[in-house]
Design a protein around this ligand. Structure first.
Ligand SMILES: [Zn+2]
Length: 423
């Protein structure tokens, strides 16, 4: 089978002169790996033809025209769609380097942005060509400028979907534990009730948010346990206001009740979902809500607190997470690949893929989630698959990650819009 957008150069009319000419094919490149994972299925012996920033054709290597194209030999590799990170915080760095509180309260914004430019580069070079960045955690709208700098080619980085500040119910979030006599800056925007929530959503949209993130619960219970924050009506209002601008709402939720409200309100993804139950996962399945389980974040933070993974038994939180993740899989919930990277090192995004497999997913399903799956959940119709006409966001890794997921770390080549960011 050969899939091709156009077998021959397309005649194009020059906008000023009116002359018709044929687009140059000199820049075409034919990538020849051992196999292609197209976002859905693995194909041995396939190759991919790239023209400009788009995929021109994909199919068995022998069937693709190579005249006029530069042939790039990628022997020993698997070529995949550029990976789509579903939950990043480019403005955070690992909490074992600096606690989250200290990042929010003590680090200058200029310092955080300087770090974020390096995080963006490391993410792209690891093969993650798109990130859904879910909140600046106290750095206001700095994700908007970061995205702009990347889009203009000033710094290398992934394509970004940004949430800006994210929304929290007053008094629920963090940093907390300070004197009640002072107002401590928070890691997201406080807003409650009808008018203030509407304003906050619209303000974030106006300043550049592609997606609205709400915290449907947080650790503010009497015993510092996670408890729901916004009412169902408040969440519905956020979703309605965001939706009328064409933007999705996503919810941080770890408790069953927080998840339930987020699902019923129409949030499109639930982030974390630690204390989900079979009933809640059935509800997610019914409403088409995707789960972004962030397995790697919990794994990382518990190790920061001293757990020696591999030599000591799983702590209770890990045991529970494995159980609820399995329940979500059994219920047929759409799984969104997203590790909450930033809690652990940017560029180490593959950690979540490895954990999805460790916790019970097949490598092929984990890779589908990180490509075509996330593209569908995030409404990205121009990427996530290797198909003619889509963006030439591609990554070649040594070996076959559909057999051994760890191969995804052995990156040989990254292309973003047909361009190799590492000359
Ligand atoms: Zn997060």
């Amino acid at each position: 089978m050969i899939l091709s957008a156009s077998a021959f150069p397309i005649p194009t009319t020059h906008p000023k002169s009116g002359h018709t000419y044929h687009l140059q094919t000199a820049g075409d490149k034919l990538y020849k790996p051992d196999r292609v994972f197209d976002g859905e299925t693995l194909h041995e012996g396939w190759a991919v033809l790239v023209k400009g920033d788009k995929i021109e054709a994909v199919g068995p290597a022998a069937s693709l025209r190579s005249e006029g194209a530069e042939v790039i030999d990628l022997k020993g590799t698997t070529l995949l769609p550029g990976l789509i990170e579903g939950h990043s915080h480019l403005l955070l760095h690992p909490y074992n380097e600096t606690t989250w509180d200290d990042q929010v309260l003590k680090e200058p914004r200029s310092y955080r942005i300087a770090r974020a430019t390096v995080h963006a580069r490391n993410t792209l070079l690891a093969g993650f060509t798109t990130v859904r960045d879910l909140g600046t955690e106290g750095a206001d709208y700095d994700d908007v400028g970061l995205k702009q700098a990347i889009n203009q080619g000033i710094i290398p980085g992934p394509r970004m979907i940004v949430a800006t500040r994210a929304l929290i119910a007053t008094g629920s979030y963090a940093p907390k534990g300070f004197s009640p006599d002072i107002d401590v800056p928070q890691g997201a925007e406080e807003a409650d009730g009808h008018d203030r929530l509407i304003q906050a959503v619209r303000r974030q949209i106006g300043k550049g948010a592609d997606v609205i993130k709400v915290y449907a619960d947080y650790r503010w219970g009497l015993m510092s346990e996670a408890r729901p924050t916004f009412t169902l009506d408040e969440l519905k209002l956020v979703v309605e206001v965001a939706h009328s601008s064409g933007r999705p709402t996503v919810a941080h939720a770890t408790t069953a009740e927080g998840m339930r409200r987020a699902i019923l309100a129409g949030c499109e993804t639930v982030e974390h979902g630690d204390a989900g139950t079979p009933e809640i996962f059935a509800l997610m399945k019914q409403h088409g809500t995707a789960l972004c389980p962030t397995l790697a974040a919990g794994d990382a933070t518990i190790q920061y607190r001293g757990w020696k993974k591999g030599t000591e038994p799983d702590p209770e939180r890990i045991r529970n997470k494995k159980i609820t993740f399995k329940q979500a899989l059994d219920a047929g919930v759409k799984i969104c690949f997203g590790g909450d990277v930033g809690v652990f090192a940017h560029g180490d995004n593959a950690r979540e893929l490895e954990m999805m497999v460790e916790y019970g997913m097949k490598p092929l399903d984990a890779l589908r989630s990180a490509t075509s799956g996330n593209a569908a959940v995030f409404h990205l119709t121009d990427r996530g698959r290797i198909r003619p006409g889509l963006l030439a966001d591609l990554v070649a890794v040594e070996g076959d990650p559909t057999k051994t997921i760890g191969a995804i770390r052995k990156v040989r080549l990254v292309l973003k819009g047909g361009v190799n960011p590492k000359p």
